[in-house]
Design a protein around this ligand. Sequence first.
Ligand code: HH2
Length: 281
Amino acid sequence: MPSARLSAGRFVFDLDRPLIMGVINVTPDSFSDRGDSFDADAAIARAEQLVAEGADLLDVGGESTRPGAPDVPADEELRRILPVVRALAPRFAVSVDTSKADVMREVLPLGVAMVNDVRSLREPGALDAVAASDAAVCLMHMRGSPRTMQDHPVYADVVVEVGGFLRERALAAEASGVARERIVIDPGFGFGKTAAHNLTLWRQLGALRSLGWPILAGLSRKSLLGTITGRSVDQRVHASVAAALLAVQRGADIVRVHDVAATRDALAVLRAVDHEESFQS
Ligand code: HH2
């Protein structure tokens, strides 16, 4: 079973309750918010709001990974996120959503708590950049790249293949010197998967968790929820809250969400029902 703690730079999180990671997309083209936080001041204000609402971690990203998104050069990604990371990292537990070693090397000395890499530290230099720090890392499964990942993904057994990949990447990180309690794994909902693949992985989160690392689940506002409910991106809050709840019930330790306040309330209800001792009148 995964370690009961997550060590993330100067932060240590107890994983006996689920953590909420709030999303800050410093991008003009994210699928989920259409550039609401592209301006640095807007991103910082949103981050402060998400912390007040109950976010444990803030995930700051400067490159959209939606299906079909173009690659963004490292200097442009840094131009977008650096003012935001500089303002937030001294105050809060900041995760940086990036795959580029150049970006990691620039932000890690600023006191970043986590690197969240949708490419699982496979870009040149990325593994070493994280190993040389004390930050946590989220290793995510993706088939192909954002430009190609939804082109007819096929798996013989999606749970075995995703689990095998995540295990291999987590062991590679450990072999490079990243302690086990700094590692989180993520099946990568929507990254090179059909709706059926996503649902199978979701049902089997417990099997992935038994690999030995905590699980992060990112389902918030995703197209799977649009497929299920028929709703557009800006109308997926209710489905996203249900998704966070059902991910935690099936084994997620961290949920990556846009709607922090609503998710926090839902998880508080779950905890009151599941843990008698947490709610005594
Ligand atoms: N999903 C997105 C981005 N980063 N990281 C992890 N670990 N897991 C995820 O599921 C995940 C992620 C996509 O969501 P969003 O950031 O809202 O959109 P975009 O990539 O278009 O900026």
